[in-house]
Ligand binder design. Structure first.
Ligand SMILES: [Zn+2]
Length: 119
């Protein structure tokens, strides 16, 4: 066996986690109220990704997040009507689109020998 990483005590690990959490939660809006709202939306949407649900063909995907249909940056609110359950890949796609990024599948570059080049 190669040398194992040093064992991290439970208290150290939780401290590290807590630190990261505080850093990323600078947005005050995502506190207790949000957790409550989030739970409400999840329950209403049956814990299923609504984007997948509306897709054709329909997909049934467990939602992991709650999304603002109209982004808060564009004046969207925390109203239940503006929130829906969403899965991680859909959320990532949507956030990218909201930021004006165009997601497209890149054509795979092909080498002179006709085989795709891995990057
Ligand atoms: Zn989805």
């Amino acid at each position: 066996m190669p040398n194992k990483p040093p064992r991290v005590g439970a208290s150290d690990a939780s401290k590290a986690w807590d630190h990261g959490r505080r850093e990323s939660r600078h947005a005050r809006g995502y506190g207790y109220q949000w957790e409550k709202l989030r739970a409400q939306v999840m329950k209403r949407d049956n814990f299923l990704c609504q984007t997948c649900w509306r897709a054709k063909p329909q997909r049934i995907t467990l939602a992991k997040e709650v999304d603002h249909k109209k982004p808060k940056a564009k004046g969207g609110t925390d109203d239940l009507e503006n929130l829906e359950a969403i899965c991680v890949p859909c959320h990532r796609d949507k956030s990218a689109r909201d930021q004006g990024k165009v997601l497209r599948t890149r054509p795979r570059p092909v080498g002179l020998d006709g085989w795709p080049i891995e990057d």
